[in-house]
Design a binder for this molecule. Structure first.
Ligand SMILES: Nc1ncnc2c1ncn2[C@@H]1O[C@H](COP(=O)(O)OP(=O)(O)O)[C@@H](O)[C@H]1O
Ligand SMILES: [Mg+2]
Length: 352
């Protein structure tokens, strides 16, 4: 699947103009504040993933200073490849999506036009906090498993209820049943997704300093193999502590995936550069897995792709990305001189 063209209208600081894209590697470069991330965010939005910052208000994405009543912002994308679609998002107070003229839900859009975005935090997949690793699994899960996004959403909603009850010193056991059923399904599914991502890593071994092993850690669990049983037992074992800390301590919100390299914890064993190459290998493994499950090549978005990488690291990542045959949109401050890359320069929101 690839974007053959886009037209973003009144979106953030970007000039409203139609652009055609290369079906391979597109590299957008420009100084800080030029609009690189804004452009990538536009692609993320029309493909059903929402703004890069989950809590961002949609109305804040419309170009500042527009008179009210001018119709907000809109995004258009023409896709080709394993299917031909025209997708559209209109942004005012909400984001409404259309595919080939018909209203489309976000889940439906994500599966039809698979896009995988990796922001600067993704480069911290190994050394950074657990939320980066959960996010990686969630992105893949939302693409390859139909009920994943809905169950995660329902789980989070129930979790907010439980948090509110605990904060108010009230009995939260009424919500625990729902949490246990959704949470244990998420544990099982995330474990399986992490295993599948890691099994694709063999195709990117040139990026890895040593073979990588993974361990999925159920948040606050691990007392039993069976996830439903584990959830119940762990809740019972931590009930007093949950009450004392007034926060839910068991469940997917505390999951982690730990990596080890040659028997040692990867976050300690790898240098910064090595951990970034390893992170890139994981992202490529995600892309391969999505392609294998959906039968379509995902579009890959990489913001700040080259930050903190040396020349050989950059070259290895660009080579591996080119070899996937996926359409890539990458942003970097400095231009890269590689064969096979279509380079675009952006300044003050305008492509030159
Ligand atoms: N709704 C908006 N309307 C106009 N400009 C915006 C809007 N939102 C952000 N910007 C501007 O976009 C610029 C940031 O663009 P960004 O894509 O993050 O830059 P970079 O090229 O460094 O990734 C900032 O200068 C910011 O002021
Ligand atoms: Mg940026």
């Amino acid at each position: 699947m690839f974007f053959r063209g886009t037209y973003f209208y009144n979106f953030r600081n970007l000039t409203s103009e139609r652009r055609e894209w290369n079906n391979g590697f597109n590299l957008v470069t420009g100084p800080n504040g030029a609009g690189k991330t804004n452009f990538l965010e536009g692609l993320n939005l029309i493909s059903g993933w929402g703004p890069f910052e989950r809590s961002a208000k949609i109305s804040g994405l419309v170009r500042w200073g527009l008179e009210s009543g001018t119709g907000g912002a809109s995004l258009w994308g023409g896709l080709d490849g394993e299917g031909r679609y025209e997708i559209f998002a209109s942004l005012s107070s909400r984001c409404q999506l259309k595919c080939d003229g018909k209203p489309s839900g976000a889940t439906e859009m994500r599966r039809r036009v698979p896009v995988l975005s990796f922001l600067s935090g993704s480069m911290s997949l190994i050394k950074g906090g657990a939320s980066h690793r959960r996010q990686m699994i969630d992105r893949v899960g939302a693409l390859i498993s139909t009920p994943y996004a809905k169950r995660l959403y329902d789980y989070r909603r129930a979790l907010r209820q439980k948090t509110a009850l605990l904060r108010g010193y009230r009995d939260a056991r009424a919500v625990d049943g729902v949490l246990a059923s959704l949470g244990s399904w998420l544990w099982l599914t995330r474990e399986e997704i992490a295993r599948m991502i890691c099994s694709e890593l063999i195709f990117f071994s040139e990026l890895l300093p040593a073979p990588l092993e993974f361990f999925f850690e159920r948040g606050g669990g691990g007392l039993e193999k069976d996830p439903a049983e584990d959830f119940k037992l762990s809740l019972a074992a931590r009930r007093d502590r949950e009450r004392a800390s007034r926060a839910p301590l068991v469940g997917p919100q505390r999951d982690d995936v730990r990596f080890s390299c040659g028997g040692r914890d990867a976050s300690a064993a790898l240098s910064r550069g090595q951990s970034r190459r390893t992170a890139a290998a994981l992202m490529l493994a995600c892309a391969r897995l999505v392609e294998r499950c959906l039968g379509r090549k995902p579009v890959l978005i990489f913001d700040e792709m080259t930050s903190e990488l040396d020349e050989s690291g950059r070259e290895a990542i660009v080579d591996a990305l080119l070899a996937t045959g996926c359409q890539v949109f990458a942003a970097a401050t400095d231009a890269l001189d590689y064969n096979g890359i279509a380079a675009y320069r952006i300044n003050n929101g305008r492509f030159t």
